[in-house]
Design a protein around this ligand. Sequence first.
Ligand code: SAM
Length: 313
Amino acid sequence: MITRAPILDRLAALADPTRSRLLLLLDGHELTVSELCAVLQLPQSTVSRHLRILSDEGWVASRGEGTSRWYSMAPAQLEPGARELWEVVRAQIAETPSAAQDARRVAGVVAQRRTRSQLFFATTAAEGWDHLRAEMIGTRADLLALLHLLDERLVVGDLGCGTGHLAAALAPCVARVVGVDESRQMLAAARERLAGAAHVELREGTLEALPIADAELDVAILFLVTQFVPDPAAAMREVRRVLRPEGKLLVVDLIEHDRTDYVLQLGHVWQGFDESQMAAWLGDAGFHGCRWHELPPDPAARGPALFACTARR
Ligand SMILES: C[S@@+](CC[C@H](N)C(=O)[O-])C[C@H]1O[C@@H](n2cnc3c(N)ncnc32)[C@H](O)[C@@H]1O
């Protein structure tokens, strides 16, 4: 029995003017069937039939995305002989007038895609995009991504870490996160949230006597914890001890407010803070370069507005 060389099947698939035109288009562009129909000016049934033959013989690969299927040439799955064969055929057909027409039309089709996306942004307007963006990616993705701009060598203290929200967000982006909290129950919940997370250490302790060595941290974060601390200036002095020289402090908390419901529910010592009070405590503790920023309110949040205050050791 004579064994038929696989290259002959590849050759047979290629030996058709429409299929070689198709392949020339797909060698360089990823296109849908309807785009190929527009370029070749052929009916869909014809294009699909030829695509099937090219796919069966390994010349073309496809992938589904949404409701469309995208086709492209598949050089990776071709043996070297087939690639050489295509080089020879391509050199011949690329010079034909129909190839020149196809090249012009495919440029138009690709440009039309861009126009379609521009039309989408022009017609949905900003509000539509904001809604779709939130639906697609939620409200935290951009901020979580921006955390990767942090220096990956940083050691960060999440002081009053609670159930570990911040530690979980920071851990993939820095060298180490040290979470400290005085509540065993909160630490147990943090342990559960952070199970399997690398580079996180959780320690039981207070802000007033941190279980952290002198100058162990590059950054200290106090997120919604200062409101529970009776003597913030003393706590800030202790936080300064565990920061390296020029290490950075971030305090995020509530701006002075009149929401007694939260004060009663959570047992706050302070009913929010104002800028001069915070700056005075940080100055007394030896911090410098204090900067106060009011955070834009999240439309979904029902509590008082927040500030973010930064300072250097
Ligand atoms: C409102 S929670 C905030 C937790 C976390 N930072 C967050 O943003 O989700 C306050 C946390 O601070 C802790 N805490 C309050 N006073 C503290 C202190 N003096 N020392 C250490 N932890 C304290 C509480 O146990 C609680 O877990």
